[in-house]
Design a protein around this ligand. Structure first.
Ligand SMILES: [Zn+2]
Length: 471
């Protein structure tokens, strides 16, 4: 089997052949750090993490570049509210992003270029686009002229004419087309700004991705990823300005977009009040449960977040952990002696499950199928364990097989006690006791829920609080 990838650009599942194998250049649109990281981010970055992990598992050498949009309107607005600099605000939420992504076991990108550290290069590109006749200057900044780029719409499949007639007419805008987008924004009073031939200001959002991706991956590269919401206009605009600037087509060989997150079958949005940050979610559910939930749906399909679905993922994750714990328990008791069931009896059959996982992943990173293969393998092992006395080597191979399959998907499945240290649990129990003394029952309850999310159960006895790992 060879790896096949759905390419948004061709709307087809294609064989994956990078430009310069075994190297793979992958650019993923990163965060604008003005608020806490939410479930939608979780979905996107777990998707590209599992794609990267699988490419590496398949022998490719991945350079993963992910930008940080550390200057933009929302950052400026919020930093004023908080009375901090835009830099301080961006730093705070970038750190917060790394914290939750580490918990989700998302590998760090090779490099995280920041927009504010590449302004000079962006100015160079904008200057070049003006000179090549693709951009023009207005009073408030510089714009890309969409009509000059013949292929506009090729990525999203949206026709320029339809978009233009649908676009709102902007009052006082001197733009030649409503689709023309900002490359450079002149600074308003007291906004953070950088010098340019068109006055003090800052770059538009789209240009940073073109400049930073090509700087670190070359003028043409293999994979560009992001959420479906970025396909138009962000990625369409990135494509237009990059191909206009470099003259090299196609800029990106494979475009990959992940689907939306719905909450109780409704679109997740701040205005609907059904908006979840990952920190909120982790208070109730172990990050690995969240990761398993995200991987249980194909990355291109919408995913529905609800307590029912998360509870099902928790139960499923518990089954994997319990299996590893049961094997560990048997290993403690089993000695090197003749047994009814030996490794050679089951080796071949057990080997089919990792193959099944690979076949699923080769089919456009079908993580749902891969997760299914893990549970089939566990079912097979459980049945074997029930059939009689199993030799030590066989138990070890079962454990190794399941752990390795989980690792391909970035799922950590060590036993609970080794994941949450007892020291951390004791500390939280002491904090909960103090909260109860102070009649802060909300805090006390939050701690209980947090531990429950990590599958730790508390029992209050006359001699103090005891804890145990949930079955
Ligand atoms: Zn981008």
């Amino acid at each position: 089997m060879t790896l096949k990838v759905h390419n948004t650009l061709t709307r087809d599942k294609e064989e994956f052949i990078p430009l310069d194998p075994p190297k793979v250049g992958m650019y993923v649109c990163g965060i604008t750090p003005y608020d806490e990281t939410h479930l939608g981010h979780g979905r996107a970055y777990v998707t590209f993490d599992v794609i990267r992990r699988y490419l590496e598992y398949s022998g490719f050498e991945v350079t993963h570049v992910q930008n940080v949009t550390d200057i933009d309107d929302k950052i400026i607005k919020k930093s004023r509210e908080f009375r901090v600099t835009s830099h301080e605000l961006a730093e705070k939420y970038t750190q917060s992003y790394f914290e939750v992504m580490d918990k989700l076991n998302v590998k760090r990108a090779t490099i995280y270029p920041k927009a504010t550290e590449h302004i000079e290069e962006m100015v160079g590109w904008i200057d070049g686009l003006i000179k090549k006749g693709f951009a023009y200057q207005l009073e408030d900044g510089v714009y890309f002229e969409v009509d000059k780029f013949e292929d506009y719409g090729k990525l999203s499949g949206k026709r320029k004419e339809d978009q233009e007639s649908g676009a709102r007419v902007e009052v006082k805008s001197g733009k030649k087309s409503p689709l023309d987008f900002s490359l450079w924004k002149k600074a308003k009073e007291e906004e953070p700004s950088w010098p340019s031939p068109w006055g003090e200001g800052r770059p538009g959002w789209h240009i940073e991705c073109s400049v930073m991706s090509t700087k670190y991956l070359g003028e043409q590269f293999d994979i560009h990823g992001g959420g479906l919401d970025l396909e138009f206009p962000h990625h369409e605009n990135e494509t237009a300005q990059t191909e206009a600037f470099t003259g090299k087509v196609p800029w990106v060989k494979y475009w990959i977009h992940n689907g939306f997150v719905n909450v109780n079958r409704q679109k997740m949005s701040k205005s609907l009040g059904n908006f979840f940050t990952l920190k909120d979610v982790f208070e109730q559910f172990d990050p690995m449960v969240v990761r398993l939930f995200l991987l249980s749906t194909h990355y291109r399909s919408p995913i529905n977040y609800s307590d029912v679905e998360l509870s099902a993922a928790k139960e499923a994750y518990g089954r994997i952990v319990k299996f590893i714990e049961d094997i560990d328990f048997r290993l403690k008791k089993t000695t090197e002696r003749a047994s009814e069931i030996e490794l050679e009896d089951i080796e071949e059959e057990l080997g089919h499950f990792p193959d099944k996982l690979k076949a699923s992943m080769d089919d456009d990173f079908n993580t749902a199928g891969a997760v299914g293969a893990i549970f089939e393998a566990i079912k097979f092992c459980r049945k074997t364990l029930g059939d009689g006395d199993v030799e030590r080597e066989c138990l070890e191979t079962m454990k190794k097989t399941i752990i390795e399959m989980c690792e391909v998907l970035g799922l950590k499945v060590a036993s609970r006690e080794s994941r949450v240290t007892s020291h951390e649990i004791e500390k939280l129990i002491k904090e909960r006791e103090a909260a109860r003394k102070n009649r802060d029952f909300k805090r006390a309850d939050d701690i209980r829920k947090q531990l429950a999310g990590q599958m730790i159960e508390l029992e209050d006895t006359p001699h103090g609080t005891k804890w145990k790992a949930q079955a």
